[in-house]
Design a protein around this ligand. Sequence first.
Ligand code: ZN
Length: 229
Amino acid sequence: MFGNYMYYNTAYLIYLLPGLILGLYAQAKVKGAFAEYSKKESGGNFTGASLARKILDDHGLSHVPVNQVPGNLTDFYNPQDETLHLSQGVYGKSSVAALAVAAHECGHAIQDAEDYKPLRIRSWLVPAAQFGSNFAYILVFVGLIFSNFLTNLGIALYAIAVLFTLVTLPVEYNASSRAKNILATLLPSGDQKGVHKMLDAAALTYVASLVSALGTLLRLMAISNNRRN
Ligand SMILES: [Zn+2]
């Protein structure tokens, strides 16, 4: 019994490798792009905060406040209370990196205002996806001892977490493509390459999350199949 348990924990780790490697690569890319383009001052006349204010106002979103939050790359738009949050390295900064991030978050605010469906589905999936990623493993392993039903329930819950990372892709790519289009008109042409590099690197981290979640799902399914055969 204990030998089996050890086996389940160490076998099938191969499924987790692609997500892990792609994740590390994507993180290095984002950090590298941010390090490079946070040193490059934009040729435009904006800080992250003033740019976000202008983009929001231009899109009829004057009621959306732009707040500062602590941390690095902790920027987010909250659809629940319609507030935009920019990190310390973005809010008061006028680097190309800061402006790309600020415009991307405005992209989410505009999605919300336009009732962009993938954003709605994503918000809707959040509680189940969080529950799934926290409890799937426990359910699957407890199920291996007690009942197939719990194992299947764990796998089904984790599938929702995978679906969440899948729906995140169009949401993020769409926000970045809106940001690129908006910044093409607001920032000089010398800034555009950096804007694209920043946003494309960030997009890769979401692909890595999907690959990683898929790997975990396949691993759980393989463990369950092995137990039954
Ligand atoms: Zn985003």
